[in-house]
Design a protein around this ligand. Structure first.
Ligand code: GN1
Ligand code: MG
Length: 368
């Protein structure tokens, strides 16, 4: 990214000070994120929104600003530190919460939360337990947010049947001539077609309620305090929309309770880590058990499988479509990611009884 473009975007927020350093943060797969430091001793996160993914930055920022203001109020009322426990977005000179540059790029900026880190893998069980309680609390704090005011920033984001259909279309079109390499993975998905609509069916039947959820709760979307190692703040708020508690629980398990990285090529290294799974269940239910209904709690483990399955479907689709969505660092990256997700799905299927037993244990502990 040219320094000039970053400098122009930074200036548009009128915060003063001269930039002394810009460091790109590459943990996220969608937006371009920069840590900007000024000679006034201030640090900011400046982000170029991926407008291929998020087509309407007005709607996106309206959601995020509304939600973070709501969180701030709740955190203040509870005597917490709103500067560390939620993100604080800054208006630009026009008063809007994002800036359109001359090439139609959309930029936003928030105050950097200092002395905090993200992890792709949990440091230990206690850290993962802490992430579970932070994501659980996040959902709890948003329980009274007016869900009807939220825009759907990505249509059908966790609509697994739609993800399945997209995969079938991509396989049919086969624009990159890659289908021949992935017949086995496509078969893995079609074998599980019935799984794709179980959650949407339960929504339609009124068994599972929609809540205001984050929808992208991978472990590196929560900040950990450097000194206490406790998780403090949920970040990456682009996909806050009405969704299922199972989505938020499930995506954390997918990303954090894997014995390997999400793009490990050696499938023998990829398994569900039941001890980490238990830590997360403990943290998450400690905050949410009272407010979740039985059907939600009883399907948490299944939700972890579905989120992993859906993510694999998305990586596979992107591979077939020519890597247009997720940031990749080598040509096979998306297919390696898809295979790793599917291996994790297969391992979860083998351990589903144990996962359900763990959930029951903490349901008994925290519900009533
Ligand atoms: C993306 O933005 P990031 O890297 O936190 C994606 C998630 C996927 C994840 C897979 C808006 O999350 O849905 O689960 O990559 N976010 C969006 O690593 O598509
Ligand atoms: Mg992220």
């Amino acid at each position: 990214m040219p320094a000039k473009e970053i400098a122009a975007a930074f200036a548009a927020f009128g915060r003063g000070g001269n930039i002394i350093s810009v460091n790109q943060i590459t943990a996220g797969l969608i937006n371009a994120t920069y840590l900007v430091e000024t000679d006034a001793g201030e640090k900011y996160i400046l982000q170029k929104i991926n407008t291929f993914v998020f087509k309407n930055p007005d709607d996106l920022m309206e959601n995020i600003v509304g939600v973070t203001k709501h969180l701030s109020e709740k955190i203040k009322a509870a005597g917490g530190d709103y500067k560390r426990e939620t993100l604080n977005f800054l208006p630009c000179n026009s008063g809007e919460y994002y800036f359109r540059d001359e090439n139609s790029g959309a930029w936003r900026m928030y105050i950097y939360v200092d002395d905090a880190l993200t992890y792709d893998k949990p440091k230990n069980g206690e850290a993962f337990r802490s992430a579970g309680s932070t994501f659980g609390r996040f959902m709890k704090l948003l329980a009274d947010y007016p869900a009807e005011t939220l825009h759907e920033t990505i249509v059908n984001f966790h609509h697994t049947p739609a993800r399945y259909d997209n995969l079938m279309k991509a396989a049919e079109a086969d624009v990159m001539c890659r289908r021949v390499e992935v017949e086995q993975e496509i078969a893995f998905v079609t074998d599980r077609k019935a799984d794709t609509h179980r959650l949407t069916d339960m929504i339609a039947e009124g068994v599972l309620p929609l809540r205001v959820t984050h929808n992208d709760t991978k472990l590196n979307n929560v900040l950990f305090d450097i000194s206490t190692d406790k998780s403090i703040c949920v970040i990456d708020l682009d996909t806050i929309m009405p969704g299922l508690s199972l989505y938020d629980f499930g995506d954390s398990i997918r990303s954090g309770a894997n014995t390997a990285n999400g793009d490990e090529a050696d499938l023998s290294k990829i398994n569900i880590d039941l001890s980490l799974f238990e830590s997360y269940v403990d943290g998450f239910l400690s905050e949410t058990a009272e407010s979740l209904c039985d059907a939600e709690i009883d399907n948490l483990a299944y939700g972890a499988k579905i989120m992993t399955f859906e993510c694999g479907i998305r990586f596979l689709t992107d591979y077939l479509e020519g890597d247009v969505y997720f940031r990749t660092t080598y040509p096979e990256h998306n297919i390696v990611r898809a295979r790793s997700q599917f291996k994790l799905v297969a391992d979860m299927e083998e351990h589903m009884d144990e996962m359900n037993a763990i959930v029951r244990k903490y349901k008994e502990k925290y519900k009533n």
